[in-house]
Design a protein around this ligand. Sequence first.
Ligand code: ADP
Length: 457
Amino acid sequence: MRIQSRLTLIFTGIVAVIMLIASFTIYYLQYNYRQSEIRMRLATKARNYTRLLVTVAEVDSNLLRIIDRNDIGALPNEQIQIFDNNFNRIYRSSNNQKVAIDRAMFNSILAKQSLNFEIENYEGIGQVVHEHNHDYVVIAAATDLYGLRKLSYLREVLLLVYGISIIVVLISGRIFAGKALEPVTAMIKQVDSIDYTSLSSRLKENGSSDEMSLLAQTFNKMLERLSATFKVQRDFVANASHELRTPLTSITGQLEVVLMKERSNEEYRTALESVLDDITNLGLTSNRLLMLAQASSKMTEFSFAPTRIDEVLWQSQAELLKRRPDYKIEINFYDLPEDDTQLTVNGNDQLLKTMATNLMENGCKYSSDNTVQVQLSVYRGLVQLIFSDQGIGIAKEDLVHIFEPFYRSTNAITVKGHGLGLSLVRRIVDIHNGKIKVLSEPGVGSAFIITFPLYNS
Ligand code: ADP
């Protein structure tokens, strides 16, 4: 059910219940008032007639009946009977008495002094009247024609007002709910027209601070984040295709040139070595891309285990030196705990090695002495790694971008690279709950400082 219909129904339901309670209360109070009024009139008349009959010598039951018949204030079908205390009737207003009382009722009135009763459509009162040291039991009854007619009219009025009110509330509630939900309907239309090709469009914000405006602002912020992510993805795909296509084009070109005519063995060797170099490069790039994709997915497939960080450094050094024997990698330990098994972090050694190798390789390849210093220290439950070099350094404006995939600063153009290493490093540090910081100055050198929580802390 739509919110507009639900709001209308709830609103109408509440009003209907309130009005029902109010109508019943009015009706009940009116009913009680009518009843007590007729009983009061009957009681007064009963007392007066008894007094007339008993105390005024000139008035006997015949005269009293004549007086009664000519009483213009009498109630419809009014009947009065007076008994002495031995249940002998000494007066009745007409011979045709509709209200007959028996001994039990008579005794009950004597005992209680006053008793209200309803017999068929007669309402009446029985009461003990004390005159001249005698007790008389007087029964007075009548049909409350006017009161009941008034009551039935009231019932009709209440029903009519109730019905009309519910219809008015239903219609006005629907209009009101529709008006209140107009901004939501408009927003639904706008959101419906947005797809991945129109992520730059924004919802209208009406500038106020109501919930609708806040919703539009929040939605627009989400669109901004989404379109930024889409842009990164698009750029990533474009850059990745470029990085993969360049060596392929170079390989094709070289092979075509070589095959144009017969070559000497020496020429074939040189061409094949160059092609091999391109293929190795291509393999490295695709490996890094794959690893970046895996490390970026939320459900990382890498398993974590307690890993000795010093061993990661030694193994990364050995791996890199195998590939680049001309590099110098100096590893130093500071403030290490007595128990060197405490140099353990919860991590994946393959990822940690990739991280260390990348940072060691960068330090060497971006410095003229091809040297990187690695420092390992432990303090306050954290293990800290610093990869520093005295190389070309990084300009301030580049520092904010170097962790973006495929970003390469201008002063690094002469050095071979793809701009993927640091984005992979940052992702690896992130999934190990670590932190990374860079200090660098062009022409002086760079330091990448990484901290990880220790396994047992
Ligand atoms: P690549 O080294 O393949 O270009 P990276 O992601 O490892 O890619 O590095 C991104 C950029 O950061 C590099 O192109 C370079 O400009 C800069 N950079 C990274 N490490 C260093 C370093 N130790 N010294 C100077 N510049 C560096």
